[in-house]
Design a protein around this ligand. Structure first.
Ligand code: KIV
Length: 279
């Protein structure tokens, strides 16, 4: 068994690079709290992302069309959840998301925000969205010893610029921008890149052409790794989930059923019974 899965060694960014060279696929999940992080770490999930998706699933921020909104998420929010995740996970590589407006205002500002995710949030790497001017930001952080995961394609922090949360790179011009961003991130020294909401063929091409491990979400099966929002994967999401989500459990229904059973027993006076009471 792989040393990491046996729980002996914490995962490093260099392990992801090695897995890419070896053709070993890997799973990534989001986590926002101590308990979930503990279970996911115990399950051997090698990378946990404290995503700004916490805006939707933990805080209930919604766009006007009802879909989850990451824009209101603050650096303080991410740090708060990151600290809890770090207390729960001892093996997984921990990546903290830089939220909207925490890295767009200048290189110093980006360094301070990313540094806080490592220093106060106990993360080992940060993720940022976009290509273009964000390439310089990525290079600046990497040069200062902060590992960077890129994120291109459907980038939820640009929801208003994209005209909604919609798949990207479906025409030649859009695909060219994504190729350019991936090349730029690779040259900047990013250790991996999330490919979100792009055609499978484009993701396959990018995965073959870059030495960075690619982590897909709605980007087909050819990526080196796959990431899902843990609430989506567990069937906890309130409202419809995106097309690419597969539910590996139905915990939302389980919660509702358990709550109803509890309520029924309380109302009937059958809980607590002698077994669950002090003598
Ligand atoms: O915020 C997040 O959880 C993400 C992943 C879905 C990639 O960016």
């Amino acid at each position: 068994m792989d040393d990491h899965l046996a729980g002996r060694k914490p995962i490093q960014i260099t392990d992801l690079a090695r897995w890419k060279r070896e053709g070993k696929r890997f799973a990534v999940l989001t986590a926002y709290d101590y308990t979930t992080a503990s279970w996911l770490d115990q399950a051997g999930i090698p990378v946990l992302l404290v995503g700004d998706s916490l805006g939707g699933v933990m805080l209930g921020h919604r766009l006007r069309d009802g879909s989850p909104d990451t824009i209101p998420v603050t650096l303080e929010d991410v740090i708060h959840h990151a600290r809890a995740v770090a207390r729960g996970a001892s093996r997984a590589l921990l990546v903290g998301d830089l939220p909207f407006l925490s890295y767009q205002l200048g290189l110093d500002d980006a360094t301070r925000s990313a540094g806080r995710l490592l220093k106060e949030g106990a993360m080992q790497a940060v993720k940022l969205e976009g290509g273009g001017p964000m390439i310089e930001v990525a290079a600046h952080l990497v040069e200062r010893g902060i590992p960077v995961m890129g994120h291109v394609g459907l980038t939820p922090q640009r929801v208003h610029a994209m005209g909604g949360l919609r798949a990207q790179g479906r025409d030649e011009a859009g695909a060219a921008l994504i190729r350019e961003a991936v090349t730029g991130l690779e040259q900047a020294g990013a250790f991996s890149v999330v490919l979100e909401g792009i055609p499978s063929e484009l993701a396959a091409e990018l995965t073959a052409d870059t030495s960075m491990p690619t982590i897909g979400i709605g980007a087909g099966a050819a990526c080196d790794g796959q990431v899902l929002v843990v609430h989506d994967m567990l069937g906890l999401t309130v409202g419809p989930a995106p097309k690419f989500v597969k539910q590996f459990a139905a915990l939302g229904e389980e919660i509702a059923a358990a709550a109803s059973r509890f309520q029924a027993e309380v109302e009937a006076g059958t809980y607590p019974d002698p077994e669950h009471s002090y003598g």
